[in-house]
Design a protein around this ligand. Sequence first.
Ligand code: GRF
Length: 196
Amino acid sequence: MTRVAILISGGGSNMLRLVEAMQAEGFATPVLVAANDPTARGLGLASALGVPVASVDHRPFGKDRAAFEAALLEPLLAARPDILCLAGFMRVLTPGFVRRFEGRMLNIHPSLLPKYPGLHTHQRAIDAGDAEAGCTVHEVTAELDAGPILGQARVPVLPGDTADTLAARVLMQEHRLYPAVLRRFVAGDRAPVFLP
Ligand code: GRF
């Protein structure tokens, strides 16, 4: 059975949908949920679902990303994941780390890539006057938010939208898109999923 590890930084709402889909449909096994913040609320959610958890606080490592990643790799490699999903994981990973999982590492980003890589995606879409926004699941490569697109879901930008109201609308689509993409990715299908 395909083994899936998930990295989170906070609430873990995307992680939760992935774990629930795997446990309900059995297309893969969640073997670890790890966070860069020991207080991440998602760790408690994962534990409550019986998924092993780990956390490595990135702060003591300062700017030494490689040292943080070496510490994170310990529980991560011990879980022997076949696939690694980033889900609300807010640390930039070094090319060395990415290379270890290249071709089997996914991320969800809250914009219609290639538009708006990086942060503050919703405010940027509003400021640009975009009629629509959305989210993208992509393979993670060394270049930030730039790997092959595996799926997208679109939402309208409505008059009066704030970054928060738009983020909430996009997040609902993230929760639909990520499980749909992971299910196919596990089956070896990398054709992009475009949710209506
Ligand atoms: C979501 O907007 C996701 O797109 C981004 O992090 C935010 C929080 O995700 N990567 P989650 O609730 O922690 O899954």
